[in-house]
Design a protein around this ligand. Structure first.
Ligand code: SR1
Ligand code: MG
Length: 390
């Protein structure tokens, strides 16, 4: 699945930079020191800083899933798709993407802006942070990247070529298995406390729910509307402080063409976790903000999409179709939020929002998340509104 290449270390990162003329213009390799800070599920991440304080990040794919080890091999070519996703976001929405310095395909290394002055969004949420304008920022980000990569922003030929270039089969397969299939089957990846067993079995064997997840999985696999980020959870963002924070989407190795509502739904699912945590910990102000988050993000998305609409390339995409499309994106997002909510409680790659809670709060929060998911998948609201987490 993967070729031979050399894994970077804290000691070798400066030498690597020294061999890359494009990077030597940004940072002095002779005085560079590096520190490996990767805390995600998959990759190596090095923050490299020189004596003048200039810095950048090198991200390298490991040939396996980091949190499991070599027993779960994984194509290092995922960085090729991450490069596509990062370039698209940097072009279409530079305010919400890291500056992208380049990609070395032979070594599976991406070079980008150092964002270590920011915090992983999930960590900030877990600590109780509130950023009132974050939903507006993310909604507009999704609209801009979706518009730019769909038939609205690309010529017919470029659109089809882009689908082919970003097909990303191995990473999409992970999503197909982990987000949709495994949580609803008797899979070894599934793990949850014994007190939840009866509840989980009842929920995941509800035929209305399994039918809806099957439908959504097929939509994810077949409806190539735009380049989606593909792993749009709160661990895939870096955030600053304040009402209108610096907010950057990172970790785009799951990029592929798919339904535009997929990213919106992933994020709503993760806001569901943050909300359940806030409620379990009695953080009322944070919980109220998070209840309003999905509708506010949706509004920002729809407004930005509508603002961009007059710039569309294909003259046959008429104004009436915009509202049809928006309605479908909205209903997709509700369903995908349900899938992500089930998956992170039942299946692989749990989230610290829920897992780090003390046992009794953990149980309460997990049940709350699953109840919300069940409703989103079997009796969905007509629109994304403030009742989604009720
Ligand atoms: C094997 S990868 C597990 C999960 O980590 C990533 O962040 C994605 O969410 C993926 O599903
Ligand atoms: Mg990630």
């Amino acid at each position: 699945m993967t070729d031979n290449y050399e894994l970077l270390t804290e000691a070798s990162a400066a030498t690597y930079i020294g061999n890359q003329p494009g990077l030597c213009r940004l940072i002095d390799p002779a005085t560079t020191t590096s520190s490996e800070i990767g805390d995600g599920n998959l990759n190596l991440v090095f923050v490299c800083t020189d004596a003048q304080g200039r810095s950048l990040v090198l991200k390298q794919s490991l040939p396996y899933v980091r949190i499991v080890g070599p027993d779960w091999p994984l194509t290092a070519d995922r960085s090729t798709y991450e490069a596509i996703g990062l370039r698209v976001a940097a072009d279409a929405s530079p305010q919400t993407a890291p500056i992208f310095y380049g990609y070395d395909r032979s070594q599976h290394v991406l070079a980008m802006e150092d964002l270590s002055h920011l915090t992983v969004w999930r960590t900030a949420l877990n600590d109780g942070q509130i950023n009132s304008g974050a939903a507006d920022i993310v909604g507009a980000h999704v609209a801009r990247t979706a518009f730019a990569t769909s038939v609205l922003g690309r010529s017919n030929e470029d659109f089809r070529l882009a689908i082919a270039d970003s097909t990303n089969p191995h990473m999409c397969r992970i999503t197909e298995d982990l987000v949709f299939t495994e949580p609803l089957t008797d899979h070894e990846h599934n793990e949850f406390s014994s007190e939840l067993r009866d509840f989980v079995v009842t929920l995941t064997s509800d035929r209305r729910l399994t039918a809806e997840v099957t439908r959504l999985k097929t939509e994810y696999m077949t409806r190539c509307e735009a380049l989606v980020h593909g792993d749009f959870h709160t661990g895939s963002f870096m955030i600053g402080e304040g009402p209108s924070p610096e907010l950057k989407a990172i970790d785009a190795e799951f990029s592929a063409y798919g339904p535009i509502g997929f990213d919106l739904g992933m994020l709503i699912g993760n806001i569901n976790f943050a909300h359940a945590r806030a409620v379990a910990l009695g953080r009322e102000e944070q919980a109220s903000w998070l209840v309003e988050f999905p509708a506010r993000m949706w509004l920002a998305f729809a407004q930005e999409f509508t603002k961009l609409w007059p710039e569309r390339i294909d003259p046959l995409v008429d104004d009436g179709y915009r509202d049809v499309w928006l309605a479908r994106i909205q209903s997709d997002a509700i369903g995908f939020a349900g899938c992500e909510s089930v998956r992170r409680i039942v299946g692989f790659a749990k989230v610290s929002d829920i897992e780090d809670l003390p046992p009794s709060e953990h149980l309460l929060a997990a049940r709350t998340v699953l109840n919300v998911a069940h409703r989103l998948l079997t009796d969905p609201p007509a629109q994304i509104d403030d009742t989604m987490f009720s």
